[in-house]
Write a protein that binds this ligand. Structure first.
Ligand code: ADP
Length: 328
């Protein structure tokens, strides 16, 4: 059986981008066809300015939402990164095969470091080395596949490079994983700035649909989405990014295809109304289940405890093998 690993960062409330780009596929496909691990990567949330109590709260909320989205602890392993020491143990070894030039080339590093500097803050060293810890997250489990949105493609590519380099230098130790992306909505864009991705840690609230937004809030955000001054509904990612984003969201929610859907609509208003309703319907069951799970926090804690134990047992042999391969 294939081993699959993926994660979410508790840096903000989870978004429709996280759901359509990643979580939904984890629940509907990956956990059924593979030996799958899904991780709340809390150590990654420390790479930028943060309130520790909020990170802890968001970690529990992310775990609850993963379960609400349909992850079943009987089928997959759900756990918190900091509960399993192997991630940090392996990260150090991988830092010893990675180069600073490779880290500085990462697009997310450039963007996030730029933002931290704009806020007048300093850039933590961990923001630079974050992709190495992510590589450790993936390689520690001998993962074959990493189902992610396409914003993570570059990081998974780096993970492959590090695995190959380590194997060549010290002997075959790691499985070389590959990223898989959803066919539609691999990159959901911000509704107010359709050339930037809908990211949970950004502060541009009105352009981000959160998984726990009330139906009326979802409707308002979608109806106010920035489009353009044209009239005809066409699917053109480059030229008409706002419209393309709505078509992709609608397609992802209804199982359609963005270009086919563009032919169905004669006005932007009608497209927005249907998209808003489709999003509300997709979120409804997740929100209902989330409410039920919130009434039983002990259950979520128990899932995370068991998950960490299972994850530790899977990661330890690989990480021990990496230390042995070096001769330590
Ligand atoms: P972020 O902090 O940007 O919300 P994470 O790093 O926690 O995202 O990502 C969790 C998963 O959600 C990843 O697989 C990522 O590729 C996916 N994802 C995040 N934002 C989007 C988006 N706007 N569209 C599609 N997938 C996304």
């Amino acid at each position: 059986m294939k081993r699959v690993f993926s994660g979410v960062k508790p840096t903000g409330h989870l978004t429709l981008g996280n759901y359509l780009g990643a979580m939904r596929r984890w629940a509907e496909v990956d956990q059924h066809r593979a030996d799958a691990l899904f991780c709340i990567v809390d150590l990654h949330a420390l790479t930028v300015e943060h309130d520790p109590a909020r990170v802890r709260r968001l970690s529990r909320q992310a775990a609850t939402l993963l379960l609400a989205a349909g992850l079943d602890p009987a089928l997959c392993t759900v756990f918190v990164q900091s509960h399993v020491d192997e991630h940090a143990r392996l990260s150090y070894l991988l830092e010893c095969v990675a180069t600073d030039g490779e880290m500085r080339r990462m697009i997310q590093y450039k963007e996030k470091a730029g933002r931290e500097r704009e806020r007048g803050g300093s850039v933590r060293l961990s923001l630079l080395t974050y992709p190495v810890l992510m590589a450790a997250d993936i390689l520690a489990y001998g993962s074959d596949e990493v189902p992610v949105g396409d914003d993570q493609a570059q990081h998974v590519e780096l993970t492959r490079d590090l695995a190959v380099r380590f194997n060549q230098r010290y002997g075959s130790t790691f499985v070389v994983p590959r990223a898989t992306h959803p066919a539609v909505a691999a990159r959901v864009m911000n509704l107010q700035e359709p050339t930037s991705k809908m990211g949970k840690s950004d502060d541009v609230g009105p352009g981000i649909v959160y998984l726990l937004d009330e139906p009326d809030v979802v409707r308002k955000k979608v109806m106010r989405a920035v489009t353009d001054s044209g009239r005809e509904v066409v699917y053109d990612r480059e030229g008409r990014p706002g419209l393309a984003n709505l078509l992709e969201i609608l397609a992802a929610c209804t199982g359609g295809n963005p270009s086919d859907l563009s032919g169905v609509y004669e006005s932007y208003g009608a497209l927005k109304t249907d998209t808003a309703e489709a999003v509300v319907e997709v979120l409804r069951p997740v929100q209902e289940r989330h409410r039920e799970l919130c009434a039983d926090p002990g259950y979520v804690e128990g899932v995370l405890r068991d998950g960490a134990e299972r994850a530790r047992a899977m990661a330890r042999p690989t990480v021990d093998a990496a230390y042995r391969a070096i001769g330590l």
